[in-house]
Design a protein around this ligand. Structure first.
Ligand code: GLU
Length: 417
């Protein structure tokens, strides 16, 4: 894990790599590599013991050419201004790859939520929502869950916003509980698009997903659901990990049972697997499919040289450094990028927003069917672009598709005044 690699520099490099295959003017290129604005705020929160603690928080609005800014809010001690800027850029290009009418945004609070009570987290979330209020809205910027946030936090943000604005506007935020205007299928959506991408990738590469061995690094929402859905398609999930280490069974784990054990104890290594491994050992297992589903920079160039998987499908945002990408391209490992593979989350957020605006709610089957259409279409567009333009890898192909769409929207709008 290379903590020292700045994700914002990685984003800039990824945009440059793709822009080299497009006709982009230098001033415009720089615009594609920086957010439009970043809110940095310091939140004061009263803790349960009566003391006051300050928390730093950010919201980056990357590019609004294609629609309102869209992207999650994460709670993590590693959150930084540059990380949030990078994540907001990845959101802008992700929304463009799957062609949903949004720009990119991302927010975060520097906090380890495990250290605080539910009441403290509620006060923290409402304090952040109060700071966000002037810049969010269903036509401005629509936050959503990300690392360590979920329905609970989204419901608090919706309630704070609606109370302060004296309105009903469920589309100000997505990833809510169904009773608060959430969509069926939203919780599973990121894992589902990882599974769909893997299915399409194996088909494209003329490999069988049935019987394929899979290792999943990170066992939160995206990783655990991707593992379960891949297992449902006949793949054998042999290893899964979290920050405690990895559970490994060469004959295949029971993805759901590992999840249930993790829910009980907090750690996947508490599952009674034949072997435990380190995260690094998991990432270099000889498997058919590797799914990094944790944080940025999980695989750097050194580790990439030891990766033995044939295919990587990225469930996390930014799990490979640009140098790792170069090594894997050189070694002919097929990497299907985050901005396609984990786009299911934001795609079903889009469906949630559409349902909120129409006050008309869809069945889970309809959500899943529409999601499948979006991901399969995006996959086809990506692979066609990869072949037609003779691009070095699928990530560059995804950025070529995305940047082209963002550019066209920006150019049609023009530079004003
Ligand atoms: N946090 C998710 C992502 O990185 C979902 C964002 C959203 O639903 O807006 O794609």
């Amino acid at each position: 894990m290379s903590e020292e690699i700045n994700p914002f520099e990685s984003l800039r490099e990824q945009v440059d790599d793709a822009a080299a295959h497009l006709d982009v003017r230098p001033g415009t290129l720089e615009r594609l590599k920086r957010p439009e604005r970043v809110l940095e705020t310091n939140l004061s929160v009263e803790l349960d013991d009566g003391s006051i603690e300050m928390f730093r928080a950010y919201r980056s609005q990357f590019n609004g050419a294609r629609g309102p800014y869209k992207g999650g809010i994460r709670y993590h001690p590693g959150v930084s201004r540059d990380e949030v800027k990078a994540l907001s850029g990845w959101m802008a290009y992700k929304c463009a790859v799957v062609d949903i009418p949004y720009g990119g945004g991302k927010g975060g609070i520097v906090v380890d939520p495990d250290d605080y009570s539910e009441a403290e987290l509620e006060r923290l979330t409402r304090a952040f929502a109060t700071e966000l209020r002037p810049i969010i809205g269903e036509n401005r910027d629509i936050p959503a869950p990300d690392v360590n946030t979920g329905r609970r936090e989204m419901n608090w943000i919706k309630d704070t916003y609606e109370t302060l604005e004296n309105t009903t506007e469920p589309g100000v935020i997505t990833g809510k509980a169904p009773e608060s205007g959430g969509s069926a299928g939203r919780v599973e959506a990121t894992g589902r698009s990882v599974m769909l991408t893997a299915r399409e990738a194996f088909d494209y590469l003329e490999k069988e997903i049935e019987g394929a061995t899979v290792a999943v690094q990170g066992y939160g929402n995206a990783g655990s659901i991707a593992a379960k859905l891949l297992e449902d398609r006949g793949a054998s999930v042999v290893a899964v990990s979290d920050s405690s280490g990895a559970a490994y069974d060469p004959d295949g784990l029971d993805a759901q049972a590992v999840k249930e054990r993790k829910d009980e104890t907090g750690d996947v290594v508490d599952y009674d697997a034949p072997e435990t491994l380190s995260n690094e050992e998991l990432l270099t297992l000889d498997v058919d499919l590797l799914v990094p589903a944790a944080l940025e920079n999980a695989i750097d160039a050194d580790l990439a040289a030891d990766v033995r998987a044939d295919v990587i499908v990225e469930a996390a945002n930014g799990p490979l450094t640009p140098d790792a990408d170069d090594v894997l391209t050189e070694r002919d490992v097929s990497v299907f990028p985050d901005i396609l593979a984990n786009a299911g989350g934001v795609t079903v957020s889009y469906f949630e927003w559409v349902q909120n605006r129409q006050r008309f709610y869809w069945s889970e089957q309809r959500v899943n069917d529409e999601l499948e259409t979006v991901i399969v279409d995006a996959f086809d567009r990506l692979t066609t672009t990869f072949e037609d333009r003779d691009l070095p890898n699928f990530r560059t192909a995804a950025y070529v598709v995305a940047i082209d769409r963002v550019l066209r929207a920006s150019e049609q709008g023009g530079v004003w005044p």
